[in-house]
Design a protein around this ligand. Structure first.
Ligand SMILES: NC(=O)c1ccc[n+]([C@@H]2O[C@H](COP(=O)([O-])OP(=O)(O)OC[C@H]3O[C@@H](n4cnc5c(N)ncnc54)[C@H](OP(=O)(O)O)[C@@H]3O)[C@@H](O)[C@H]2O)c1
Length: 350
C-alpha cells in the first residue's frame, strides 16, 4: 500500500480543482485517489469530464479516475474542497460528519466561530479551535483558507502588525480573471475594460482579514482591532491578483524598518520546511514598475507575495503594491500548505 496520504478533490474540474490536481501530481506526501464534481461530470473519466486549462498536460495519474458525486464515502482519507460556496456547506459538512478532514477553499465555513481560517505563517495557533468543532465525532473536521485577496493582504500585514501594530488598512484590488472560475466573466465585459464590482468580495476581505490576524484566546478568536477597507476591481489579467495598499501603523517607524519587517518575515512553515512553503513568504522588489502579474505571480513557485512601490504615504503612514498568484497562494497552494501543517503537527492520521 502507498505510504502517501490518499486525498480527494471536490470541484476537481474547475479552475482551483485543476490547480489542486497539478500541484498534487508530484507531491511527496499526498496522492490523489478520488475526484468529485457536478452531475454534468459524474460517471465520466476525469480526462473526458475536464477540459484542462492549465499550461502543460493533465497529469497521467488522474486521467482514468471516474468523477464522483461530492458526497461521502469517497476512496480517500482527506478531502480538499474547491466547490462553489452555495454547495460547499452541505457537502463539506457531510464529509466532516462522516469522519473526513476537510481542507476547504470555499467561503461556506470561513467565518464559523469554531472553524480555523488558516494561513500557516500567521495563525497556526488557531488550529486549537478544532478541539471545539461539534458533531464530527468520527474524527472529521473542517479547516478553511481565506479568500484569495485576503491571503495576500493578511500576509503583507502580518509582520507589520507583529512588529509595529496596525491601526488601519485601505486596499484597492485589481483581480485576475481566473479568480472568477471558468467561464467566469464574459469577454465582452472585460476586454478594453475594468469592472469595479466583484460580488461579496469587499465584505469578505474586510471580515476575513480581521479573523485571520486575530488572536486565539480561550477557545475563541478575538478579531484584530483595526479598521479595514477594501475596494475590488476585476481586470483583464489571466492569473495574479494585485492590490494597492495603504497602512497606518501604531507607532512611528522608518521605511527601512518596514522593509526589514517584510524581508525577514518567516514562520512555522519555513521552520518545519513544509514542502509547499516558500523560503520567503514576502519578497520586496525595488524596481519602480514592479510587481507585475506576468513577471511576479510565480515567485516562490506561486506561494510568495511580492511587494513593491514601498514608500511613505501623505495620508496614512506607508503605501505599497502587493501581488500574488490567486489560484496557488490564493487557493489550491494555500490549502495544500494547510494540509502539510496538519500532517506535520500530528493532526492527520492514516
Ligand atoms: N478561482 C480562484 O482564484 C479562487 C480563489 C480562492 C477561492 N476560490 C473558491 O474556490 C471555489 C471554486 O472556484 P473555481 O474558480 O475553481 O470555480 P469553477 O471553475 O467554476 O469550478 C467549480 C467546480 O465545482 C463543481 N461544481 C459546480 N456546481 C456544483 C454542484 N452543484 N455540485 C457539485 N459540484 C459542482 C464544478 O464541476 P463541473 O465542472 O462538473 O461543473 C467545478 O469542478 C469557489 O468557492 C471559489 O470561491 C476560488
Amino acid at each position: 500500500m502507498s505510504e502517501r496520504y490518499r486525498v480527494g478533490i471536490l470541484g476537481a474540474t474547475g479552475m482551483v480543482g485543476q490547480r489542486f490536481v497539478q500541484l498534487l501530481a508530484q507531491h511527496p506526501q499526498f496522492e490523489v485517489t478520488a475526484l468529485a464534481a457536478s452531475d454534468a461530470s459524474q460517471g465520466k473519466r476525469y480526462a473526458a469530464a475536464c477540459t484542462w486549462r492549465l499550461a502543460g498536460e493533465m497529469p497521467t495519474g488522474v486521467r482514468e479516475l471516474v468523477v464522483q458525486p461530492p458526497r461521502p464515502p469517497l476512496d480517500c482519507e482527506l478531502v480538499f474542497s474547491s466547490l462553489p460556496g452555495d454547495v460547499a456547506r452541505e457537502a463539506e459538512g457531510a464529509f466532516a460528519r462522516a469522519g473526513y478532514p476537510v481542507i476547504s477553499n470555499s467561503s461556506a465555513f470561513r467565518m464559523d466561530k469554531d472553524v480555523p481560517l488558516l494561513i500557516p505563517e500567521i495563525n497556526h495557533e488557531h488550529l486549537q479551535l478544532l478541539e471545539r468543532q461539534q458533531g464530527n465525532e468520527r474524527g472529521g473536521f473542517i479547516v478553511t483558507n481565506p479568500n484569495c485577496s485576503t491571503i495576500m493582504l493578511a500576509l503583507a500585514l502580518a509582520p507589520l502588525q507583529q512588529r509595529f501594530g496596525v491601526e488601519a488598512c485601505i486596499a484597492t484590488t485589481m483581480q485576475a480573471l481566473s479568480g472568477a472560475g471558468y467561464p467566469g466573466v464574459a469577454s465582452l465585459d472585460v476586454v478594453d475594460n475594468v469592472l469595479p464590482f466583484i460580488a461579496g468580495e469587499e465584505e469578505k476581505i474586510e471580515m476575513e482579514m480581521l479573523k485571520v490576524l486575530g488572536r486565539y484566546d480561550n477557545g475563541r478568536i478575538a478579531a484584530a482591532d483595526f479598521k479595514a477597507s477594501a475596494q475590488c476591481n476585476r481586470v483583464n489579467v489571466a492569473d495574479g491578483h494585485m492590490a494597492a495598499v495603504r497602512v497606518k501603523l501604531a507607532r512611528t517607524v522608518d521605511i527601512e524598518e518596514v522593509r526589514a519587517a517584510f524581508e525577514t518575515y518567516t514562520s512555522l512553515p519555513q521552520e518545519l520546511r513544509l514542502h509547499t512553503a516558500p523560503a520567503h513568504p514576502l519578497i520586496v522588489r525595488d524596481e519602480r514598475d514592479r510587481p507585475q502579474p506576468r513577471l511576479d505571480r510565480d515567485a516562490g513557485n506561486g506561494m510568495s507575495v511580492t511587494i513593491g512601490r514601498l514608500m511613505r504615504d501623505a495620508v496614512l503612514d506607508y503605501r505599497f503594491v502587493a501581488l500574488s498568484h490567486n489560484t496557488i497562494r490564493g487557493a489550491a497552494g494555500a490549502a495544500i500548505l494547510n494540509a502539510e501543517l496538519l500532517l506535520a503537527t500530528g493532526r492527520l492520521k492514516h
